[in-house]
Design a protein around this ligand. Sequence first.
Ligand code: NAP
Ligand code: HSE
Length: 395
Amino acid sequence: MAKIAVLGFGTVGGGVARVLEENREAIAARLGEEVSLKRILVRRFRESPWRDRMTDRIQDITEDPEVSVAVEVIGGVDAALDYTRRCLMAGKHVVTANKQLVAEHGRELLELAEEHGVRYLFEASVGGGIPLLHPLVNCLGANRIEEVYGILNGTTNYILTQMTEQGESFRDALRAAQEKGYAEADPTADVEGIDAGRKTCILADLAFGQETPPAEVPMEGITRLDLRDVAIARAAGYRVKLLGRTLRLPEGGYAAYVAPHLIPEGKPIAHVSGVFNAAVIRGSAVGETLFCGPGAGACPTASACVADVMDCLAGPARFRFRWGKAGGLRDAREVVSRWYLRTGAGASAVLAAFPEAEVLLEEGGCAFLTGPLSGYAAETAAKTLPVLARLRVLD
Ligand code: NAP
Ligand code: HSE
């Protein structure tokens, strides 16, 4: 029987315990041995059916020769980084859902794991329960990856859905997302695009093989989004979604950013709603592939964590999860796209500045789509008109 430990016993930690318990037989049948949760690291003891397995000493895990895998679901960097290093150095595999830690320290931790002959896996860190990172590295390993984009934050997709479909307020929808266990401890990371940004960095790390520092990636969330623009876009055949996107640039290098986008209704990803996430991976051989499923929540996230535990226990990796130092990241304003602009100016002023403009609405100003423009050109053009809203279009 394999024995594992969970570090942090909140939403996802509890989900891991539950999935191990409820799916004990299926897991054993697939793996060829049972998996038992021997230790749970907490910082505060509380009444629980798991009370007898709880400890507040990391040494009870690092020094236990029976524990072969630790699942880090504390979140954040400080304690999580310290404990992850200590587990890896003690020869334990580490599995995590902690995107902040992977985005900021993944390269170092992968190297440390390799040095100690163990694995560091983080499927749950991007897309919750959706298999995304293993398909990117393993199943699509024969491709040169050209682009990955997606709805990568369950909380904001849930909030946008509740606001636009149910007429709920931002505050009520956020509170519901917190109650359902979707949101980060500090939900600013969700609503300001930072959580989606960390996930975009991890996707870029794996897709392009270079460290993508979160501090160098522009991240815009949904707090400045005006529902008027969502309604105008919808009437014109577009849905507005918060996307994380990373892509190769024609001039070399790659870009990464997070921002709300107009997506044509014809694309399946435009209809992904609620807590669901979806990601498109575009590879040189396969073309476009779409992955979709629950992007947050205790059991979906635990599903990915426990699968990583099983992967560690099953034997050596088939392909290496790793990336090198930073180098090829370019300014996201180099990415060319159409833009949605809303201005206080009338259609004649708009058409004088943008002869290719497609006017969507003329009413106390004008909402229109531009032709393809780089972010720099869109910024410059926006200075010629009083621009009230500016969103990229995903074509
Ligand atoms: P959570 O509910 O806040 O759970 C974190 C747990 O870690 C809490 O119980 C906390 O204890 C405990 N903890 C904090 N510091 C600790 C320490 N030094 N030692 C031991 N335990 C400590 O968070 P969560 O939602 O489970 O998220 C965990 C991680 O998974 C985060 O990185 C998150 O981004 C990621 N994730 C979450 C989801 C999701 O749907 N929730 C999905 C994918 C990924 P206290 O109770 O004492 O605060
Ligand atoms: N807070 C995150 C989200 C959890 O809402 O997507 C899953 O990573």
